[in-house]
Design a protein around this ligand. Structure first.
Ligand SMILES: Cc1cc2nc3c(=O)[nH]c(=O)nc-3n(C[C@H](O)[C@H](O)[C@H](O)COP(=O)(O)OP(=O)(O)OC[C@H]3O[C@@H](n4cnc5c(N)ncnc54)[C@H](O)[C@@H]3O)c2cc1C
Length: 377
């Protein structure tokens, strides 16, 4: 099986047009667009495909919780996910059930109205719900929720299924994926690079660093500074419950996303930080913050309080100083590119893959990636 287990040493290719480092959803999408664009692509992944943040995440493809100036970017991100998902051979649980963004306080109401304006300005239809209309639409919401906006744009894709499906698509397009193959060193060779991996080397014209929270270390291998830091985000899954939530719920204050999966379990998250020791690859629950997260979820949707949590976990996410992704050529390093999402990295992965492939294949930075280059980090 090409997607799991180590490929034999002798199968390590000695050359490729482009090497993508990192087999999370960003690297997989980059490899997919590069291969479809005609490049000979090899993806090198230190562990298994989508084994880190790309399978630990909540799968939310929400727009209502995205703010300007990145709103247009995420809108195109969700569109691109749609294009990718419908073209995959495997069902990845992708859908756009829509979403509710809720408000409780006076300040929340003002912020919700403001955000609804931004969404409408960007062409996203949003309905304002309160009183009996809100109660009829979402009877499971607490009475503390005074209003909500509803949009059909919010969606979901199952992180436990998407990685393998994307890897299959990369291979179907002619790309090669080598798992358990960490890049250990990088050196210049002519106009390109030669990368050392266990058991061999890979020479290539171009490299895309798509190693999420590990990207600063990868940058250093090339003598480049990528201003990326790791953070640790927590998530809770409950026992299965009768179908109640038919759409994604977010809070205007941020810090809450709730959804119910097809199997009935509810996922409660919202970007609450866990504890972690990145160098030792430890990711732990920060119970005090987790309680705040669960209390907020139960305050908004009280039926959650009756469900037993079956699992809490934490995963790594990349963080940049300005909160925007890094996408584009690395200055002063011909042929080296970075694709590192920040918050919302699942939502933007397909778009990031398309944009970086365009940079590599055409040598031009597409308009949506302008201002997102690593030099802006
Ligand atoms: C708990 C949690 C919930 C989240 N929920 C959401 C959500 O609902 N919606 C949303 O939009 N985003 C969400 N995110 C963020 C999202 O999951 C990430 O932004 C996204 O998955 C990042 O993908 P990536 O491919 O860039 O990085 P990663 O998935 O981290 O992949 C990077 C890969 O690089 C590999 N690598 C590292 N070093 C090397 C090396 N030397 N050689 C080869 N390979 C290497 C790693 O093994 C890893 O597989 C969440 C994140 C977490 C942790």
């Amino acid at each position: 099986m090409p997607l799991s287990g180590r490929q034999p040493v002798e199968s390590i290719p000695v050359r490729a047009d482009v090497v993508v480092i990192g087999g999370g959803v960003s690297g997989l999408c980059a490899a997919l667009y590069l291969a479809r664009g005609g490049a000979e692509v090899v993806l090198l992944e230190a562990g298994v495909v989508a084994g880190q943040g790309s399978s630990a995440n909540a799968g939310t493809l929400a727009l209502q919780n995205k703010r300007p100036p990145m709103l247009a970017y995420f809108i195109e991100g969700v569109e691109e996910w749609h294009r990718v998902a419908v073209g995959l051979a495997v069902d990845i649980g992708y859908g756009r059930p829509g979403g509710l963004q809720v408000a409780e306080t006076d300040a929340d109401l003002a912020a919700l109205e403001n955000q609804a304006g931004h969404l409408r300005d960007h062409g996203i239809a949003v309905d304002w719900l309160e009183g009996s209309a809100l109660a009829a639409r979402a009877p499971w919401l607490a009475s503390s929720v005074r209003a909500a906006t509803e949009s059909g744009a919010d969606g979901y894709a199952d992180p436990l299924r998407a990685g393998q499906a994307l890897a299959g698509a990369v291979e179907a397009a002619g790309g090669r994926i080598l798992t358990h193959t960490p890049v250990m060193e990088a050196a210049r060779r002519g106009a390109g690079y030669v990368l050392s991996v266990p058991g061999g080397t890979v020479a290539c014209d171009s490299v895309v660093i798509a190693t999420g929270p590990w990207s600063a270390a990868l940058g250093r291998m090339f003598g480049a500074e990528l201003a990326v830091e790791p953070s640790t985000i927590m998530l809770t899954a409950t026992e299965p419950a009768p179908a109640a939530l038919d759409r994604v719920v977010t809070h205007i204050r941020g810090r809450l996303t709730v959804k119910q999966t097809a199997a009935g379990g509810c996922l409660i998250g919202g970007g609450w930080y866990g504890r972690g020791d990145f160098t030792r690859r430890r990711r732990d629950i920060a119970y005090e913050s987790l309680l705040h997260n669960l209390r907020l979820g139960c305050a908004v949707a009280p039926f959650l309080a009756d469900l037993r949590p079956v699992r809490h976990w934490a995963g790594y996410e990349a963080r940049t100083r300005h909160g925007r992704p890094l996408i584009g050529p690395v200055p002063g390093q011909g042929g080296l590119f970075a694709l590192v999402p920040a918050a919302g990295g699942w939502t933007a992965a397909a778009l990031g893959g398309r944009l970086i492939a365009e940079c590599v294949l055409t040598g031009r930075v597409p308009p949506l990636a302008e201002g997102l280059g690593p030099e802006a980090g």
